[in-house]
Design a protein around this ligand. Structure first.
Ligand SMILES: C[S@@+](CC[C@H](N)C(=O)[O-])C[C@H]1O[C@@H](n2cnc3c(N)ncnc32)[C@H](O)[C@@H]1O
Length: 262
């Protein structure tokens, strides 16, 4: 088994970022193609998104939804709040959050994949949504000042980064004191072995970067958060046989959680 230190050091970061961008360009442009994971309205509803909420969102954003949980059901977003969506993809969660905090609140989605941003922005413009914007950037170095947001949300993204600690520190920095981190992500019960963590393709498929759960929560707490709720998303299923094997062998799974900045 790989020790803690090998995770994130063994994967080639340049190759990983290229693979992640390729994977999510395909998710934006060809959501009905074949992926290791399920996309779209079916999985969203199974994870708990109310149909009445989805009916208000752009259909094409729902088609490219690649999230792994419904943390918005735990996030308690309120009118007037300012929300940051890390790895906003085609924008489904950003649009839903914008609806929940409207009319005086606003949402910023940030993503590094051009095709996802183009899709989200085109849908935003078509809908005439004024209280949501999409920014290009890396979530490990957020282009925002300190204490700007009431809530940071993220769905199925942090596992893709070899720098999870930095993402939690950056989330803490941009949140106001008492602000919430509400996320869904893929984690693992056991440490993944090097054969998995070295494989950039498995990372891009949301498996190789799954951090062992105790280390994941420690990283959140060390960034200045208090964990307040955790839920396992047993409805979330991977599709490919390599992914299912990792689930069975190492306990790779989806969780949603809320943590409050101290
Ligand atoms: C699994 S998709 C989830 C997208 C969206 N949250 C959803 O639920 O549909 C992951 C997204 O995170 C973005 N992403 C991954 N790593 C990132 C990073 N380090 N910085 C910015 N965006 C990143 C990808 O481009 C992709 O759009």
């Amino acid at each position: 088994m790989a020790g803690q230190a090998s995770i994130g050091r063994t994967v080639d970061r340049v190759e990983l970022q290229a693979k992640v961008k390729d994977m999510y360009r395909a998710v934006a442009q060809n959501p009905h193609g074949r992926f290791h994971f399920e996309l779209g309205r079916g999985v969203a509803q199974r994870l708990g998104y109310p149909a009445s909420f989805l009916d208000r969102l752009p259909e094409e954003a729902i088609d490219s939804f690649a999230g792994v949980g419904y943390h918005l059901g735990l996030a308690d977003l309120r009118e007037g709040e300012r929300v940051l969506d890390l790895g906003s993809g085609a924008g489904m969660d950003s649009f839903l959050a914008a609806f929940l905090v409207a009319p005086s609140g606003s949402v910023v989605g940030i993503d590094m994949t051009e095709a996802q941003l183009e899709k989200a922005e085109a849908l935003r413009a078509r809908a005439g949504a004024q209280n949501v914007s999409f920014w290009k950037g890396n979530i490990e170095a957020l282009p925002f000042g300190d204490a700007q947001f009431d809530a940071v949300i993220s769905n199925g993204v942090i596992n893709l980064s070899p720098e999870k600690e930095r993402i939690f520190q950056e989330s803490s920095r941009v949140l106001k004191p008492g602000g919430r981190l509400a996320i869904s992500d893929i984690v693992s019960e056991q440490e993944l072995p090097e054969g998995v963590t070295c494989d950039a393709t498995l990372w891009a498929a949301c498996i190789g970067g799954a951090m062992q759960w105790n280390r994941y929560t420690t990283a959140i707490e060390q960034a200045g958060f208090r964990l307040v709720s955790v839920r396992e998303n047993q409805q979330y299923e991977f599709l490919s046989s390599s992914a299912r094997e990792a689930v069975a062998t190492y306990g790779v799974k989806s969780v949603s959680l809320v943590a409050v900045k101290k």
